[in-house]
Write a protein that binds this ligand. Sequence first.
Ligand SMILES: NC(=O)c1ccc[n+]([C@@H]2O[C@H](COP(=O)([O-])OP(=O)(O)OC[C@H]3O[C@@H](n4cnc5c(N)ncnc54)[C@H](O)[C@@H]3O)[C@@H](O)[C@H]2O)c1
Ligand SMILES: O=P(O)(O)OC[C@@H](O)[C@@H](O)[C@H](O)[C@H](O)CO
Length: 458
Amino acid sequence: MSRLSLTNLPVAPAVDPRQLSVGVVHLGLGAFHRAHQAVVTERAAVATGDTRWGIAGVSQRSATVRDQLAPQDGLYAVLERGLGDPSVQVIGSIRDVLTAPEDPEEVVARIADPAVSVVTLTVTEKGYRARGDGLDLDDPEIRADLTGRPPRTVVGQLAAGLARRVEPLTIVSCDNLVANGPFLRRLVADYVEALGKVPEVFEATRFPASMVDRIVPATTGADRDEAARLLGVRDEAVVVAEPFLQWVIEDDFAGERPAWEQGGAVLTPDVAPWERAKLRMLNATHSMLAYLGALRGYETIAEAVRDDELAALARALMTEDVVPTLSPPDGLDLTEYGATVLERFANPALKHRTTQVAMDGSVKLPVRMLGTVRDRLAAGAEPRVITLAVAAWMTYVLKTPTVDDPQSGRLEAALAGVSGAAAVVDALLGVESIFTPDLRESPVFRDLLVEHVNALTA
Ligand SMILES: NC(=O)c1ccc[n+]([C@@H]2O[C@H](COP(=O)([O-])OP(=O)(O)OC[C@H]3O[C@@H](n4cnc5c(N)ncnc54)[C@H](O)[C@@H]3O)[C@@H](O)[C@H]2O)c1
Ligand SMILES: O=P(O)(O)OC[C@@H](O)[C@@H](O)[C@H](O)[C@H](O)CO
């Protein structure tokens, strides 16, 4: 079967990439960007007729996505899987595809391009190379970037691009992080201070926070085959997504931007209540279902949430421990939100693997779970269910021979020769890059963890 491209196009995209100039650089051209920001950007271009906001996407690590998209002229489809029949839509907003390891200079040049006024990012939690709230200046790649080589890290790329700009830039993190905008600003500030050269435009550069939401599992061969059947051509870059899509962006831009609000995004002065509700309700529950589900042998989140006991725990996590820590934004009913989240997880067509959601726990726990633990302890509560979620991660790490985590070495070292629930809990609580002293030293938290790990390993 022939390949999707501009000259082999069964369903035309809503915008023709040939008519777009590049106004946005996106770092981290994974599945999520293609199913989220690129879709909203295309919808905004259709609504406004503005052709300035084509996307130059940067694949940060391997050349796989470039090799999938380049022969397709940047075109790909979103295979939407809801409760009815699946549908496909070809997206045309990606104009160019770069591979950072092969062409680091070009990445910097694109960020510096005066026609570009916005950079967006989806590089996963580990892509920020943070330690606590600041940049990990001991990270070997950060150290290597600081020596002046063409940068390989995201923070190094941003700093080098800013150093060459006259006009300020807006940098929008779209990763699941707490206060992702201010967090990224701090990392870039740490980097340029360590370099001893703060770019002139840095003060005027904006880092709005954003809350992103759409469940986008990794694409499988079966998804590519189904897309080919629906499209009539092969699309090696197809991404799978649920129908739901939400993007709430802090309205704080240094210059011009795509009219994302016309593509369905919400621009608001304060993203924090949206972000906190989403990370603590959706992402924490997702991770808990992933760990408990994987421990019970479930392959997908949908299978896990169809287990009555796990579904009850997911509901209890939200109502007993998370909701008391939230002040929801106007218009968000937390009870309804929690129910919708579980319905979305139960979507059997998505096949989101528990092992995918379970990845990178050491960098996800602080974002998704530990804020809730801290707030509940401070309120004098006994946070039973959120602590079960943390204990499920500990048990998963203990029982998984090669855990997929940027700190796998530290986790393995901590657990070497350790046996018994109390010793496992103490060993993992001792990993300082995950647990802050207040949590490590809380007897209530520790005792609950031991009780849960004991039960989970019995
Ligand atoms: N997939 C989802 O359902 C979803 C939903 C909301 C938010 N997100 C956010 O998007 C991120 C990416 O998700 P995805 O589905 O696109 O994953 P993906 O695996 O398809 O893509 C990950 C991207 O991050 C880059 N990356 C990975 N490790 C990196 C590192 N150490 N340094 C620099 N870049 C690195 C990769 O090159 C790739 O471009 C998530 O981690 C999350 O923060 C995802
Ligand atoms: O993408 P990750 O690996 O950081 O997390 C897995 C999921 O919890 C996450 O991607 C959710 O699907 C998403 O946050 C929903 O908007």
